[in-house]
Write a protein that binds this ligand. Structure first.
Ligand SMILES: Cc1ncc(COP(=O)(O)O)c(C=O)c1O
Length: 398
């Protein structure tokens, strides 16, 4: 059957493909250490589970308003006031089926064909694909490892053209874990203030997974003048271990939120009613579970950096949060084992999967072929075993 041209414009998600491959090998009885995962390895906290069960029992099982229930919008405004120090009202909020869906609706509401979106690279795999799907033009801007893979104001200024409509900033970042400081954001804000037509998406999905010594901030918090053209993306997936529940949101200018809501109304309608009630419990309830999770991630991050430092030729910026590292493995490119030669991140990822039974995501999926992305949302035992396998597999390359 003939497919629409837009299908050919996009690639399937590389991270989902790696996980599918890892699952296939696992089914064949192979013990895979999966550094490819993009979600916390903890269960959704009990009080959130119970809120969902109660929602079902209370009959909260029908359509809700397209943009989400008022109780959840209020909880979102409460969280943003508490954690960001910013005031928004219900009309500024659209609740969607995950942060990914919220970004997609927003892009649909903002982009015309050919509109350019600046995406600092390395980037989360879905940004360029979503922009392309909609007919926009992703403009990826390479960011140097020496500058922590972050966008420099000069690079931003050079990338802006009369067609630029949006900049997407993701901090803490997937895949690098790095976070923009207040002064780094102020540098970007200074450039953006000169270009009134450029709006901003700040993807804050990992904002609570931020390690000691790092202050939470984003562009809307740094620049009052940018606030009305900055859209905050967030959700419960990563903070509350609720990836399967599919609740995310966008907060920003009310006219744009109405436009994005119109798009949602003719596609998915409301996100799941039960998940919305569970999300209210997550945001209003005990936050100590989040703090405990972050402590565990921070310990694991330290351990992972130590393991990486023992691998000859590997360099890695120190993450400030999230649960990923993005080390540079290009030292091993052009090396061989038998008649197998490693030329790029995909070859290295394939080699590690097939020979070491370790799943990692090739950096090329994130726009940076020198690196691999490793998630540490794994038990300490798996991390130890995984790094022992990686070290052995690398030793065999020459
Ligand atoms: C940077 C980033 N943004 C957004 C999302 C979307 O998360 P969800 O759709 O589960 O809310 C993810 C998930 O992996 C992500 O890594």
């Amino acid at each position: 059957m003939k497919l629409a041209q837009r299908v050919a414009r996009i690639q399937p998600s590389a991270t989902l493909a790696i996980n599918a491959k890892a699952r296939r090998l696992k089914k064949q009885g192979v013990h895979i250490v999966n550094f490819g995962v993009g979600e916390p390895d903890f269960d959704t906290p009990l009080h959130i589970q119970e809120a969902a069960i109660n929602a079902i029992k209370d009959g909260q099982t029908r359509y809700t308003p397209v943009s989400g229930i008022d109780e959840l919008k209020d909880a979102i405004c409460y969280v943003i006031r508490n954690d960001y120090g910013l005031s928004y009202a219900r009309e500024n909020v659209l609740v969607s089926c995950g942060g990914k869906h919220a970004i997609y609706n927003l892009l649909q509401a903002l982009l015309d064909p050919g509109d350019e979106v600046i995406i600092p690279s390395p980037y989360w795999v879905s940004y360029p694909e979503m922009v392309s799907l909609i007919g926009g033009k992703p403009v990826t801007v390479p960011c140097a490892e020496e500058y922590g893979f972050k966008l420099h104001p000069d690079a931003l200024e050079s990338a802006i053209t009369p067609r630029t409509r949006l900049l997407i900033i993701n901090s803490p970042s997937n895949p690098t874990g790095v976070h923009y400081s207040r002064s780094e954001l102020a540098g970007l804000a200074e450039v953006l203030l000169k270009h009134e037509d450029v709006a901003v998406i700040t993807d804050d999905i990992y904002y609570r997974i931020l390690f000691d010594g790092h202050e939470w901030c984003n562009l809307a918090m740094v620049s009052e003048a940018l606030r009305d053209r900055t859209f905050i993306i967030n959700g419960v997936s990563k903070t509350y271990c609720m990836t399967g529940w599919r609740i995310g949101y966008v907060v920003g200018n009310a006219d744009v939120i109405r436009a994005a809501t119109k798009i949602q109304s003719q596609s998915t309608s409301n996100p799941t009613s039960i998940s919305q009630w569970a999300s209210v419990a997550a945001m209003r309830g005990d936050q100590s579970v989040v703090q405990e999770m972050v402590k565990v991630f921070e310990q694991r991050c330290r351990y992972v950096l130590e393991c990486l430092s023992k691998l000859p030729g590997v360099t890695c910026p120190t993450p400030a949060g999230a649960f990923y590292v993005f080390p540079n493995f290009s030292h091993y490119y052009e090396k061989k084992v038998g008649d197998r030669s490693i030329k790029n991140s995909l070859d290295l990822a394939d080699y590690l999967m097939e020979i070491a039974h370790v799943a990692v995501v090739p950096g090329s999926a994130f726009g940076e072929d020198h690196c691999l992305r490793l998630s540490y949302a794994l038990s300490m035992e798996d991390l130890q075993e995984g790094f022992a396998r990686v070290a052995r597999a690398l030793e065999n390359l020459s």
